[in-house]
Write a protein that binds this ligand. Structure first.
Ligand code: FEO
Length: 164
């Protein structure tokens, strides 16, 4: 069993993960419009992963006898200044999600809720990867600058990402 407070916090995290999927889908439409089809595909895969994150928490709340309560999903940003802005926004968003996961861990520790703490360990590790991925792309975009050839190469590379 989980506490009502934990149930509510996990429900909020489900909403944040679904909102993440929404943001990445919105980024995908912007990138496709700019003809960066590889990057758009990358963002669609990212969105699928976010839905999977939400469902992982959904399953856990159910397993613990809690009630999943879905809330409205905020409208995502749809206008981005550049490809670099897209990935910088993604990196900033992942940092925000990491903070949110860490706050959940703090709550689990405070409540001596070992089961939830163990469940959240996967997300702590996942967030390290999520931030590193976005950070690496932002770094590459800084190296490339506005060069068309470099952007074309990166687009092809990012388009190879497959859902797992
Ligand atoms: Fe589910 Fe990208 O954090």
């Amino acid at each position: 069993m989980i506490s009502k407070k934990m149930e509510s916090a996990l429900n909020e995290q489900i909403n944040k993960e679904l909102y993440s999927a929404y943001i990445y889908l919105s980024m995908a439409t912007y990138l496709a419009e700019q003809r960066y089809d590889g990057m758009a595909s990358f963002m669609k895969v990212q969105a699928q992963e976010e839905v999977a994150h939400a469902m992982k928490i959904y399953g856990y709340v159910e397993e613990q006898g809690g009630r999943v309560l879905l809330d409205a999903i905020k409208k995502p940003e749809s206008d981005f200044k550049s490809v670099k802005t897209v990935f910088q926004t993604a990196l900033d968003h992942e940092k925000y999600i990491t903070k949110s996961i860490h706050e959940l861990v703090d709550l689990a520790i405070g409540e001596k809720d070992h089961a939830t703490k163990t469940f959240l360990d996967w997300f702590v590790t996942e967030q390290v990867e999520e931030e590193a991925n976005m950070d690496q792309i932002v770094g590459k975009l800084e190296m490339i600058g506005g060069q068309g050839h470099g952007l074309f190469m990166l687009d092809g590379h990012l388009g190879q990402r497959k859902a797992h």
